[in-house]
Design a protein around this ligand. Structure first.
Ligand code: URA
Length: 231
């Protein structure tokens, strides 16, 4: 890994500044001044000192959160975001969020500093299935199953991919979709003349929401969980 990438990944400085400061002798690798900020290093073995301070390298972070109602699934906003719920230690990292949830929705969110993984999870081409628990205003009708399987026309130029609905009782169900259009689940039920009154994501790919996580709580994922999300 390039030393400037390692330093900027832990948000100490921009690559441009690192390049300039390295030229001034502010970069030390294993005790030796290094003027080339593109130098390759092993971030877990080499000792890096930048601007007089040891740079601690963190591997990518992967977090599962049970998003509560009332916060925005975004990294920056005027209102409270899911990032504000994290411990200050985590707040210094540059997180990406896999598949936003509406402000009034709850459930599984994956946050990671690994942008490639997040991209793969939300990419429509990868067909990663998301499972939602849905509570409806009106009873589920018999034709919903077929409509979900056929695809529902949300706008003139967009029909949902085949999806599934699994009835729990008269007014609640699980929905399985592979896409993530804006307000998709709510809009699908609107088209069926119904209304979503509660929406919770319970699974993304092979990763289910940990039932021990209360709303607003989060945990780091284990290596196994990370490896299996999109397998
Ligand atoms: N679909 C919606 O309508 N809202 C969400 O938050 C997620 C999926």
């Amino acid at each position: 890994m390039r030393v400037d990438k390692m330093i900027s990944s832990v948000k100490i400085d921009t690559r441009k500044n690192i390049k300039r400061n390295a030229k001034k002798g502010e970069l030390i690798i294993n005790g030796e001044i290094e003027k080339d900020s593109s130098k390759k290093i092993d971030p877990l073995k080499d000792e890096i000192i930048y601007m007089g301070e040891v740079v601690e390298y963190f591997k990518d972070l992967y977090i599962m959160m049970n998003k509560p109602k009332g916060v925005i699934s975004s990294t920056k906003d005027k209102e409270e975001t899911v990032i504000d719920l994290l411990d200050p230690f985590y707040q210094k990292f540059n997180f990406n969020i896999a598949g936003r949830l509406d402000k009034d929705s709850t459930g599984l969110l994956i946050l990671s500093t690994n942008g490639k993984l997040i991209h793969d999870i939300i990419s429509p081409n990868k067909d990663i299935e998301k499972k939602y628990y849905v509570k409806l205003k009106d009873p589920i009708k018999d034709d919903y199953k077929e409509k979900f399987e056929q695809g529902i026309e949300l706008s003139k130029d967009f029909v949902t991919k085949p999806s599934k609905i699994e009835k729990i009782d008269d007014k609640s169900c699980y929905v399985y979709i592979t896409e993530g259009k804006f307000h998709q689940v709510k809009r699908m039920f609107e088209k069926l003349d119904n209304e979503v009154i509660e929406l919770k994501r319970v699974r993304i790919g092979n990763l289910s929401l940990d039932p021990h996580l209360e709303e607003g709580e989060y945990k780091e994922l284990t290596e196994d969980e990370i490896m299996n999300i999109i397998k």
